[in-house]
Design a protein around this ligand. Structure first.
Ligand SMILES: [Zn+2]
Length: 224
């Protein structure tokens, strides 16, 4: 009995120990759970804090841009189309593109060229995007250009050229921006500039080296 008792007590003791052991396990599990929850909360806080900080940094920069703050220097307004055309470096580049348009024209082919004019609102310098080449057409089709809207951040105008009819006898066209031309720049919210021949109606056979004119159309300056 004693032995049994002993065994009993021993068993009881063991049972008690097992109970304690289970309690420890449960306690440990609770502690681990609490630590896990705390650590999840911490990482969640850190993530949120990080995002929050990034947003704050962004809004600070935006304020700086709006107010001309010190962080990134004063932000200039986008130039008007007249200001763009008054820039000699811009005009030199536009003339070069006009000359290239003429040089690409031949007895069987004409193509328009177009480019986004870009403006650095911190330095006030102009840049150009890559040149878009319109489809090569003969005399039976109208020359046109399909533009990929690009350079969203700093585009300030879109420039393109119209083509010669020197090699196209018997046809004629008016020298004005087309409805498609105007529609494009209105959609993009930027001024349009087109170079065309300085005559109201261009007729087939007229020299491609005739005087040209610059025409403005669409918004006066970038609207967005
Ligand atoms: Zn056009």
């Amino acid at each position: 009995m004693i032995s049994l008792n002993g065994n009993y007590f021993s068993l009881k003791h063991t049972t008690t120990n097992q109970c304690w052991h289970i309690s420890y396990v449960i306690f440990a599990m609770i502690v681990v759970s609490i630590i896990s929850i705390a650590s999840i909360s911490c990482s969640a806080d850190e993530d949120y804090g990080y995002v929050s900080y990034a947003e704050q940094e962004l809004s600070t920069r935006a304020d700086g841009m709006m107010k001309g703050g010190r962080e990134i220097g004063p932000i200039l307004p986008f130039p008007t189309v007249d200001e763009i055309l008054a820039n000699q470096a811009v005009r030199d580049t536009l003339l070069m593109i006009w000359e290239e348009t003429k040089s690409l024209a031949g007895p069987t082919q004409r193509r328009e060229l177009g480019v986004f004019i870009r403006y650095d609102r911190t330095s006030g310098h102009y840049f150009f995007g890559r040149i878009n080449y319109g489809d090569t057409v003969g005399c039976s089709r109208r020359a046109r250009i399909v533009v990929t809207p690009d350079y969203w951040e700093d585009r300030c105008a879109f420039f393109h050229t119209h083509t010669t009819l020197q090699y196209c006898s018997g046809v004629e066209r008016t020298t004005i921006p087309t409805e498609e031309d105007t529609s494009l720049v209105n959609t993009l919210g930027i001024p349009g500039i087109v170079y065309d021949y300085n005559i109201d109606v261009l007729k087939g056979g007229m020299s491609k080296d005739m005087a040209w004119k610059a025409m403005k159309y669409g918004p006066d300056r970038r609207t967005n």
